[in-house]
Design a protein around this ligand. Structure first.
Ligand SMILES: Nc1nc2c(ncn2[C@@H]2O[C@H](COP(=O)(O)OP(=O)(O)OP(=O)(O)O)[C@@H](O)[C@H]2O)c(=O)[nH]1
Ligand SMILES: [Zn+2]
Length: 218
């Protein structure tokens, strides 16, 4: 029996407590207004939004941006689908190299990278795919890497109350690659350590050594 079946599921409460920008209400502007805004951007760039190649671009851009921010409309409860199980496991579980795509909140440009997520269970385990789904949900929002990393860790902490959680995100920011400072080789690592990973150097070291590798995209 899953926990969702055996006891009330607290996941929505956890998500609401996270330092996120979760918006579940209907947006205060219409789809048409959003398309018009993209059309205005194209005009501002000196383009002709009525030429053949661009005439459907406002529609496409709005659709793409909605997809890339669809994580605002997901909840942990929905993505978890009850996949938290009682299990007498107490060794580190690590899912590494989870591809991660997000959008930086400063420029709305891509953040591309990967996440490594570990936890030490304390009576409960989570379906492995759900760890990747949690990363996706927070990735599909406008983010800074630090917040994204912390949200993944806090979600697992809240869902499982494990002995510890460790999340490392390695990413490259297109706002630092394609524009601005233009540093294509730059990778940013962020970590969020909870419980034993924060308090015990040996546990932290074991995690860090398991994820050692070159962070470049495959
Ligand atoms: N801490 C943090 N900073 C980020 C992240 N994504 C983008 N930034 C930074 O946010 C900052 C925004 O700085 P601003 O000076 O307001 O913007 P800007 O003029 O576009 O800055 P430049 O990128 O330096 O050209 C930049 O330094 C970005 O590199 C992130 O995930 N975390
Ligand atoms: Zn940026």
């Amino acid at each position: 029996m899953t926990l969702a079946q055996s006891e009330p599921n607290p996941v929505n409460k956890i998500d609401n407590k996270l330092p996120s920008l979760t918006t579940t209400q209907q947006p205060p502007v219409s789809e048409e207004e959003m398309r018009q805004a993209v059309r205005t951007l194209l005009l501002g760039l000196g383009e002709d939004p009525d030429r053949e190649g661009l005439k459907d671009t406002p529609k496409r851009v709005v659709k793409a941006l909605k997809f890339l921010t669809s994580g605002y409309h997901q909840s942990l409860d929905e993505l978890l689908n009850g996949a938290v199980f009682h299990e007498n496991a107490n060794e580190m579980v690590l899912v590494r190299d989870i591809d991660l795509f997000s959008s930086c909140e400063h420029h709305i440009l891509p953040i591309l990278g990967r996440a490594h997520v570990a936890y030490i269970p304390d009576g409960k385990v989570i379906g492995l795919s759900k760890i990747a789904r949690i990363c996706e949900m927070y990735g599909r929002r406008l983010q800074v890497q630090e917040r994204l990393t912390a949200q993944i860790a806090d979600a697992l902490q809240g869902l499982l109350q494990p002995k510890g959680v460790a999340v490392v995100v390695e990413a490259t920011h297109m706002c630092m690659v394609m524009r601005g400072v233009q540093k294509p080789g730059s990778w940013t690592s962020t970590s969020a350590l909870r419980g034993e990973f924060a308090n015990d150097a040996k546990t932290r070291q074991e995690f860090m050594s398991l994820i050692q590798h070159n962070p470049r995209l495959r």
